[in-house]
Design a protein around this ligand. Structure first.
Ligand SMILES: NC(=O)CC(=O)C(=O)O
Length: 283
């Protein structure tokens, strides 16, 4: 039975970029001490800086030539682990993107996702956030294959990747999880907040898992009570049936879980939604 061992590193971000690198390395070291068979490690959205419209410009860097990409690539290679580098602001000639990079065990950049749906909301008296004031939206869905030689049960599987607000859009998840990609796991580095987190974080993770009959993993930054933006925390992993199989609290934490990849095919066989869809009716 192929099993994927995953760790979500719910780290507390600092305004000092290098402190975030130190935290990522420290948590990864602890995670591997606890679970030496880790196949995939995930960092949170905006792991190298505070999540702030005012700061994206200050922290942005080119990918792959910037220091954060170098740091992540070296980390993946040094620890011999597949790594989803949360997200960080990417500087390009056409503007800034909120971008997630993925590295294999050799430290090679194997995928890059630019947040497609920008977090533009206004809930009066509660939260106003307008990513589009500073960021450009990505225009592609992202899937990639990972394999692992670390695991006791070597495997190859397809993973879909979104960032935070992307989670609210079932169409993007469907695209990543249906044929021809058939992702068995959808990963979203995400920084929901203390307003929308309690309302929708778990609900959306479970909804995307049930819709697509796959595992869903959301990796949040830890909550920092002194920060302007209060991240929700509660990094979470949901199985293809929609059950929460691991959940963190609010503070800095490493969430690890063993994912039985065969559960995806089994549940898709038992409840064959993919064969039963009626696109003739929906279109
Ligand atoms: N921060 C986000 O991109 C999304 C979010 O907080 C929400 O959808 O709620």
């Amino acid at each position: 039975m192929p099993k994927l061992n995953i760790a979500l590193l719910q780290l507390k971000t600092s305004p000092i970029k290098h402190e975030n690198f130190t935290s990522a390395r420290r948590l990864l070291t602890q995670a591997l001490t606890k679970s030496p068979n880790l196949d995939l490690v995930v960092l949170p959205e905006c792991f190298n800086s505070p999540y702030s419209i005012k700061l994206f410009r200050q922290y942005c860097e080119p990918i792959p030539s910037g220091e954060t990409t170098h740091f992540l690539s070296n980390l993946a290679k040094e620890f011999n682990v597949n790594l989803i580098g949360g997200s960080y602001p990417e500087k390009t000639p056409e503007g800034i993107y909120n971008t997630s990079t993925v590295f294999n065990q050799q430290g090679e950049l194997i995928a890059k996702h630019r947040k497609v749906h920008l977090f533009d909301v206004d809930i009066p008296g509660k939260i106003t956030f307008q990513e589009s004031k500073v960021l450009q939206p990505g225009s592609k869905s992202t899937v990639f294959d990972i394999s692992s030689q670390r695991s006791k049960t070597p495997f190859k599987t397809t993973v879909g990747l979104g960032i935070c607000y992307d989670l609210r859009f079932p169409e993007l998840a469907h695209k990543m999880a249906r044929q021809p990609h058939s992702s068995s796991l959808l990963v979203y580095p995400g920084a929901f907040n203390t307003i929308t987190g309690p309302l929708h974080w778990e609900l959306l993770a479970r909804a995307r898992a049930v819709d697509n009959q796959c595992f869903v993993a959301l990796c949040s930054p830890a909550r920092d009570p002194d920060a302007k933006y209060l991240a929700y925390g509660h990094s979470i992993i949901v199985d293809p049936v929609g059950r929460v199989i691991a959940e963190a609290g609010e503070g800095e934490e490493i969430l690890t879980c063993e994912i039985e990849l065969d559960d995806v095919n089994e549940f898709r066989k038992n409840v064959p939604l993919n064969e039963q869809r009626r696109f003739d009716v929906y279109e």
